[in-house]
Design a protein around this ligand. Structure first.
Ligand SMILES: *Cc1c(COP(=O)(O)O)cnc(C)c1O
Length: 453
């Protein structure tokens, strides 16, 4: 099992199919499309039914083994999973058969740790076996930067350069990046997030830097997608009453990488009743599901669930590909996907900030569960779906909590009056020494640094 090699194709269908290794190290396909597994392997029933006996890292190994074929040595993959997943994944009962899965216990208290930690280790494996090195260059507006910096911290063969807008990230977010040191280099930019992204793009297209092996490790990388399938299997394996029980997931969505992980799990045979796509007021995907017409939200709407303020999700092309359609890199739909099948599997709901705040209050006062804005969007999406469709109280359902409430202290304090307790991973940052440089937003400054480091 798992010894066959899965090929990865580009959603633009104009590039060659590649191995997992290539998809991982390349990031984006040469035709500007996103890589997708060409055939998603179905787990056999025995494997599916034995998942509940496995610890999280063993379960991750089992799933990833199927998706990476024989490209990573079995024993090594097992070690990498053990190394990446050394933290808890709490599943909390709320009411009836509804649960919250907290994906916030990793080193940066964000669900992005799940993907970033595994992607970094798989990259390092391939680089080390080829005696190559790589520079990861990424721009961040907050959470992604800290997850990537932490995930690559201390890994050999890889150096990391992260650009952030000095006035647009919180002190906590900055300290999560600037106190690491070693192979992690942090650069503050006197400018906005868009300036940081522009600088990164300039470096990637600068032919005089082509001798530097640069990679972006951003959220469209296949290596970030696949590890996000695993926790869907984990939740089901722990909560199911019988082997065929179907589960509803509510996924708080921005760029839809998290949801794509779930959809891949579904294709691998996980018994899913429905994926509820819960967005904030950037509701272009729920609207697309309803009308079949896709209109990006430009500019994106600022909501308190800030990591989901996305008006044109980067993973939408993958979802459309999964349902037989084609969306190009400009966001135009060249072939309409099977809308009927999409609406059978997915239900989209867009939630206002007011409802998000009310949900944080309600969950806390009614169930003593503390949610942050993204998890609250998911919970509200789930309860609306259950109420609107008269779903029975016996239906198993799980919402994903994607960040720790302590990362959003103002929002939580304003509706509940309490200060969320800091998790261990976020305490003590004040005592550590910060190291970063600050530069102006012109490209020559960045280029000089890239050539020097
Ligand atoms: C990134 C992020 C999301 C959105 O995840 P996508 O995979 O982009 O849909 C949701 N919540 C939090 C806290 C995030 O950091």
């Amino acid at each position: 099992m798992g010894s066959e090699r899965i090929k990865y194709y580009s959603t633009n269908l104009k590039s060659e199919t590649v191995s997992f290794r290539e998809a991982l190290l390349k990031g984006l396909a040469p035709d500007g499309g996103l890589y997708m597994p060409s055939a998603i392997p179905l787990l056999d029933r025995n494997t599916l039914l034995s998942l509940h006996e496995l610890e999280y890292h063993e379960l991750a190994y089992t799933i990833l083994r199927h998706l990476t074929g024989d490209e990573i040595d079995e024993k090594v993959l097992f070690q990498l999973c053990g190394d990446a997943y050394d933290f808890d994944i709490p599943l909390e009962h709320v009411t009836a058969r509804r649960y919250i899965m907290r994906l916030d216990s990793g080193p940066t208290a964000s669900f992005k740790d799940f993907a970033a930690r595994m992607m970094s280790r798989m990259m390092q494996y391939f680089l080390a076996s080829e005696k190559k090195s790589l520079t990861i260059l990424t721009a961040t507006s907050g959470d992604t930067g800290s997850a990537v910096a932490s995930a690559f911290h201390g890994l050999e063969n890889i150096r990391v350069i992260i650009l952030f807008p000095i006035d647009e990230v919180s002190t906590m977010q900055r300290k999560q990046m600037t106190t690491l040191g070693k192979n992690v280099n942090i650069i503050g930019i006197r400018g906005k997030f868009d300036d940081c992204q522009r600088l990164v793009k300039s470096a990637f297209t600068d032919s005089s830097l082509s001798h530097l092996p640069l990679s972006s490790a951003n959220s469209i990388n296949t290596g970030r997608l696949l590890p996000q399938s695993v926790y869907y299997f984990y939740a089901w394996s722990r909560l199911r009453k019988h082997s065929d029980e179907k589960i509803i997931f509510s996924v708080p969505s921005g760029n839809f990488g998290n949801l794509m992980g779930g959809l891949i799990a579904g294709k691998m045979g996980l018994p899913v009743e429905k994926f509820v796509i819960s967005t904030n007021m950037n509701g272009e995907v729920p609207e697309f599901l309803g009308t079949g017409k896709y209109t990006p939200v430009v500019p994106s709407v600022n909501c308190i669930s800030s990591a989901m303020n996305v008006g044109h999700p980067s993973n939408l092309a993958r979802i459309i590909a999964l349902y037989g359609g084609i969306m190009n890199e400009k966001g135009e739909i060249l072939r309409q996907p099977d809308m009927k099948a999409m609406n059978r599997d997915l239900a989209g709901i867009s939630i206002s900030d007011k409802d998000t705040g009310n949900t944080i209050f309600e969950c806390f006062s009614k169930y003593s569960k503390l949610l942050e804005p993204h998890g609250a969007v998911a919970w509200k999406g789930l309860t609306s779906y259950i109420n609107d469709h008269g779903i029975s109280a016996d239906q198993l359902s799980v919402t994903l909590e994607t960040a720790h409430p302590a990362k959003f202290p103002e929002e939580i304090r304003s509706v509940t009056g309490i200060d969320p307790e800091l998790p261990a991973s976020l305490t003590g940052l004040d005592k550590l020494k910060e190291e970063y440089i600050v530069i102006d937003k012109d490209y020559e400054n960045l280029k000089r640094i890239l050539l020097e480091i």
